[in-house]
Write a protein that binds this ligand. Structure first.
Ligand code: HEM
Length: 395
């Protein structure tokens, strides 16, 4: 959506290109001057770590009434709270145990290695697509028990859906997001129909479990379908975006790459620090279920709080030298909020961390050096650290 520069919010110029790529200077000012900031659209924006943490966990901070086309997920974990949320969450959690995740990550490793074998001579590969989107999408398809074709297309559709979570969403973005939702729903509906008619044609997965729950009267079809779309769509975007941010940074700061390559015991800390610096989702929204006091404001029931994860993760009150990469922070200063926290904390956290490490380990095994191979095509919005491509040379 185009907003004339004169009409932009001074503290949060959401549509400004410079802001979208590097919003941190604005976040720093806002956190200091107006840590609770009421925008013209009625959202209360919170930037301090302690406030974001508090409201992600707060029982009065709910996911209802939800945002625009994202009502598509009203019958999933994402838009439910309380007992219903817990029940839905149990259905999928059993597919993401450490044991299963390690098993699924073998697919990630195979595909990352195949890509690296084609390019390890220093030719340029699109690391975002070939090392990020393809292996992670394919792995999620294995979890679901569905075919893994069209990774790039599914990524772009889900990215378009996430545009509808932006604070400056316009009618055009809403319509585009709706079309992408329609596409993903149609595709997943086909998966259910195909599996019913050909029960043994594809490997079993989470979708088969959902079909069983429907047959037992435990789950409605709509809820099963929405859940499938949620996992099918989320399989690649966030992990691939975080991976791209990591590679983009490491290729420019060789010492980090060399540490990753040569000191395996530092790898988990390095990945965690990058996830703090580059959260895939820069803000999350909660709606207050009662009138509450937030900072100097009396916030009416039903109002949205926009919780700025990107700003909280770089709050100097929590992280010393917050804009610096430092994988040796003390344990109490590594608790970033990139995966959310509280009841709605990311259900894909373990599989994402495992996949990111699996892919970086594959590079570290095959390559001695990585270099930037050209300009990355960024699809950063005010809300996501999106990528379209990341040219990389691997030697
Ligand atoms: C690096 C990768 C990822 C990041 C940074 C990330 C981030 C997040 C965040 C911040 C939330 C919290 C939303 C909120 O509180 O409003 C969330 C929730 C969620 N994520 Fe992820 N995500 C990632 C990967 C994935 C993957 C691969 C999946 C698929 C398995 C996934 C599935 C979910 C689901 C289902 C929820 C909702 C959980 C609930 O409401 O109970 N995520 N994610």
């Amino acid at each position: 959506m185009y907003i004339h520069p004169e009409n932009q919010d001074l503290y949060l110029p959401w549509a400004d290109r410079v802001f979208r790529v590097d919003p941190y200077p604005w976040y720093d000012i806002l956190r200091t001057e107006k840590p609770v900031y009421l925008m013209d659209n009625g959202e209360y924006v919170l930037t301090r770590y302690e406030d974001v943490l508090k409201w992600l966990k707060h029982p009065l901070g709910t996911m209802h009434p939800g945002q625009g086309p994202w009502h598509a997920f009203d019958n999933t974990v994402l838009n439910r709270d309380g007992a219903e949320h817990l029940k839905l969450r149990r259905h999928s959690n059993k597919w993401f145990t450490p044991k299963l995740v390690n098993q699924f990550a073998q697919r990630t490793a195979t595909l990352a290695n195949e890509a690296l074998d084609k390019y390890s001579d220093g030719s340029v590969l699109d690391a975002f697509h070939e090392l990020g989107v393809v292996p992670t999408h394919s792995t999620m398809c294995e979890v679901l028990g569905v075919p893994d074709d069209d990774a790039g297309l599914i990524y772009r559709h889900f990215l378009t859906c996430t545009d509808a979570l932006s604070p400056d969403i316009g009618k055009e973005d809403q319509d585009k997001a709706q079309s992408s939702f329609d596409y993903l729903f149609e595709r997943c509906d086909y998966f259910f129909k195909f599996k019913r008619e050909n029960p043994n044609a594809w490997p079993k997965g989470l979708v088969d479990d959902l079909i069983e729950l429907i047959d037992q009267g435990e789950l409605g079809y709509r809820s099963a379908l929405e859940t499938t779309v949620l996992f099918y769509g989320s399989g690649s975007p966030n992990p691939a975006q975080v991976l791209a941010s990591i590679l983009n940074h490491m290729a420019r700061e060789q010492w980090i790459w060399e540490t990753y390559r040569d000191e395996p015991d530092q790898r988990i800390a390095i990945i965690n620090e990058f996830i703090r610096l580059y959260p895939a989702e820069m803000s999350l929204v909660r709606f207050v279920s009662e009138e509450v006091e937030v900072g100097d404001f009396t916030v009416p029931k039903g109002s949205p709080l926009r919780l700025m994860v990107g700003a909280a993760n770089r709050d100097p009150a929590m992280f010393t030298n917050p804009h610096q990469f430092d994988h040796k922070r003390p344990p109490e200063a590594t608790m970033h909020l990139s995966f959310g926290i509280g009841p709605h904390a990311c259900a894909g956290q373990l599989i994402s961390r495992t996949q990111i490490k699996t892919i970086l380990d594959a590079i570290a095994t095959k390559a001695t050096r990585i270099e930037i191979g050209g300009e990355a095509a960024l699809a950063h919005t005010d809300r996501v650290r999106g990528y379209l491509s990341l040219p990389l040379k691997v030697y």
